[in-house]
Design a protein around this ligand. Structure first.
Ligand SMILES: Nc1nc2c(ncn2[C@@H]2O[C@H](COP(=O)(O)OP(=O)(O)OP(=O)(O)O)[C@@H](O)[C@H]2O)c(=O)[nH]1
Length: 332
């Protein structure tokens, strides 16, 4: 285990620490490729870290917990390695069918990846939620596990040292050892490069899995839906996130547009569970929905690199989280 003594930037090793081969030039270093996923309580900073590693916005972040629904992959391309990041939803106490499905999705992801990163925010006490996740993690015996202390910009060195010790002890209590413990700040861009080195060092040797330059294999429509969902969640009540799903019904280039002024028509439905929630999303005389549309449109245009016309409808799908048929329709 390597526990950096301070959260300051360390020079990047020219060879990932886990390689035993000859140091130095790329020719002598075997290429590594594989999958990693981040787990941790809601709001631990998993999506932000994925974005920081990949260098572009692919996963969805928000100030509200549990906004990551779909498995979003970001791909880190380097001359010596390719790291495919799989971003899973937070593991939580299942109260609904959706909750159970999400937890199943998390566990099956753990069995498939080459390394798991457990994210623990530096500014939050290690709590029952973290213990629950790490206890489950301990069961994934064959997969190397890296403890990542996130948001180090929010704490003092002393607080960080305590957190490093706490996470080290927790693994000991549960009978395993972290392959690495790394403090990072995605926001402060601190030690993100080191984390990439450590993660890629734990991947198996092999050729790249994806073509160079590809950032994500998530279908465009899902990413567009996530951007709309993120915009719709901004500034709404705490209970709403779980009740909101977005489905992009259609994305079609507008016919008869001049070649130099294309327009993409995007039709999407925002599903809520109750009429009262519909009113919240729409706002007074539709003012909130207009804001959501404007915010989402800008993000989507940035993602796709083309002007779009966004047609948003809010619909009530009664108790969709408990209804298998509705869940399937909404893509779960
Ligand atoms: N100060 C600081 N804030 C951060 C950092 N990383 C993430 N955050 C903030 O923490 C909040 C949660 O970050 P996310 O990346 O959405 O967390 P997540 O673990 O993906 O959350 P879920 O999708 O709910 O599981 C956001 O408001 C981020 O801006 C960091 O390094 N420093």
């Amino acid at each position: 285990m390597s526990v950096p003594s301070s959260p300051t930037k360390r020079p990047r090793p020219s060879v990932a620490p886990a390689t035993t081969g000859t140091p130095g030039d790329a020719a002598g270093t075997p290429h590594r490729a594989g999958f990693a996923c981040f787990v941790g309580r809601p709001n631990a900073g998993k999506s932000t870290l994925t974005n920081a590693l990949v260098g572009t916005k692919v996963a969805i972040t928000s100030g509200r917990p549990q906004t990551t629904r779909h498995t979003v992959r970001g791909i880190v391309h380097r001359p010596d390695a390719q790291l495919v990041l799989v971003d899973t939803p937070g593991l939580h106490k299942p109260r609904t069918l959706l909750g159970e499905r999400l937890n199943d999705l998390v566990r099956s992801t753990w069995a498939e990846v080459d390394v798991i990163g457990f994210c623990l925010p530096a500014d939050q006490k290690l709590g029952p939620g973290d213990r629950f996740i790490v206890k489950e993690l301990a069961e994934a015996r064959r997969t190397p596990k890296v403890a990542i202390i996130t948001k180090t910009d929010l704490v003092t060195r002393e607080q960080l040292a305590e957190q490093l010790l706490a996470v080290h002890r927790l693994a000991g209590e549960l009978g395993f050892e972290w392959a690495e413990i790394v403090p990072v700040s995605a926001v402060g861009d601190d030690q993100v490069g080191l984390l990439a080195d450590l993660l890629t060092g734990l991947l198996p040797e092999g050729p790249p899995l994806y073509p160079d330059g590809e950032l994500t294999d998530e279908p465009e429509q899902t990413m567009v839906a996530e951007l709309i969902r993120e915009a719709a969640l901004e500034g709404v009540r705490d209970e709403l996130p779980h009740s909101l799903a977005v489905v992009v019904e259609e994305m079609l280039p507008r016919p008869d547009r001049p070649a130099d002024r294309p327009l993409l028509d995007v039709h999407a439905n925002v599903y809520v569970e109750r009429p009262s929630q519909k009113a919240i999303v729409i706002g007074h005389r539709g003012s909130r929905l207009r804001e959501v549309g404007t915010t989402a449109r800008k993000q989507i245009e940035a993602l796709l690199g083309t002007p779009i016309f966004l047609d948003l409808h809010v619909r009530v799908a009664k108790d969709w989280q408990r209804d298998p048929k509705q869940l399937r329709k909404l893509g779960f």
